[in-house]
Write a protein that binds this ligand. Structure first.
Ligand code: PXP
Length: 257
């Protein structure tokens, strides 16, 4: 089993900054701390309404990640505007997400089956520019098959429903949802897709998710930024990395790929 990478999503540092306006706290400073703590990459979502991350943040994060040799994972809606921004900054990766203005956060996965005609050309355009394209989808066999068909190299499975079920102690659903994630990860891997996971992961849920062997990367934001208030960002990330490694003891000893 290979080592699992951690992408730290710093959107909510910008949420706190924007609550007051001004320039503090700075998401780029959080990204520096995340990299120093061992994060494998930085993730940021430039939303259409710019509610947290701004265009200037993306510029600063792209420069910082280039300087520090770490991948920037640019989360974006499948719009002309966002594609133009991605093509300008050429991040290591772009994760295509559904976006609705009124939602508090990304509520569900991208509908790749119905959105095929808009998503396929966007994937091709981004890939041509050397950007690795990931699709944020639900653990649904039809969505996984469609993701392979439109030419994505990576899928990120939305694990929010599983994480909510764990936190709300809906025991009967927990096992079902976890099995669904494991089946989806195996299906995607068999299709040659790299598999990531994200949304709602915390210290309690990370272990079972990290134990699914096909996952190569977890993207975690809100919980880490919240935890940083109490323990600091460096300590929060280091603890998450320890929990991830503990779920993959073989990888620590170099057994497997
Ligand atoms: N991955 C994707 C595609 C997301 O949209 C989000 C939320 O912005 C995350 C990961 C991180 O989720 P959370 O902030 O709940 O850890």
């Amino acid at each position: 089993m290979s080592r699992l990478r951690l992408g730290v999503n710093i959107d909510h540092v910008a949420t706190i900054r924007n609550a007051r306006g001004g320039s503090a706290p700075d998401p780029a400073r959080a990204a520096e701390i995340a990299i120093a703590a061992g994060a494998d990459g930085i993730t940021a979502h430039l939303r259409e309404d710019r509610r947290h991350i701004s265009d200037a943040d993306i510029e600063a994060l792209a420069a910082l990640c280039r300087r520090r040799g770490r991948p920037l994972n640019f989360e974006m809606a499948v719009t002309e505007e966002m594609q133009a921004i991605a093509l300008r900054h050429r991040p290591h990766a772009a994760c295509l997400v559904p976006e609705r203005r009124e939602e508090v956060t990304t509520e569900g996965g991208l509908d790749v089956v119905r959105g095929h005609n808009a998503i396929a050309p966007a994937v091709a355009r981004l890939r041509e520019a050397g950007i690795r394209v990931s699709l944020f989808i639900d653990a649904d066999p039809a969505q996984i098959a469609a993701s392979a068909e439109v030419g994505a190299e990576v899928i990120e499975l939305h694990v929010g429903a599983y994480c909510d079920a764990v936190r709300e102690r809906r025991e009967a659903e927990v096992a079902v949802l976890l099995q669904k994630l494991a089946d989806a990860a195996a299906q995607a891997d068999a299709l040659g897709l790299e598999v990531h996971a994200g949304h709602g992961i915390d210290y309690e849920t990370v272990g079972a998710i990290a134990a699914i062997p096909q996952f190569m990367e977890l993207n975690i934001g809100h919980f880490l930024i919240g935890e940083a208030i109490f323990t600091g960002l460096d300590a929060a990330i280091r603890r998450m990395l320890v929990l991830m490694a503990a779920a993959r003891p073989q990888a620590l000893w170099g057994v497997g790929g």
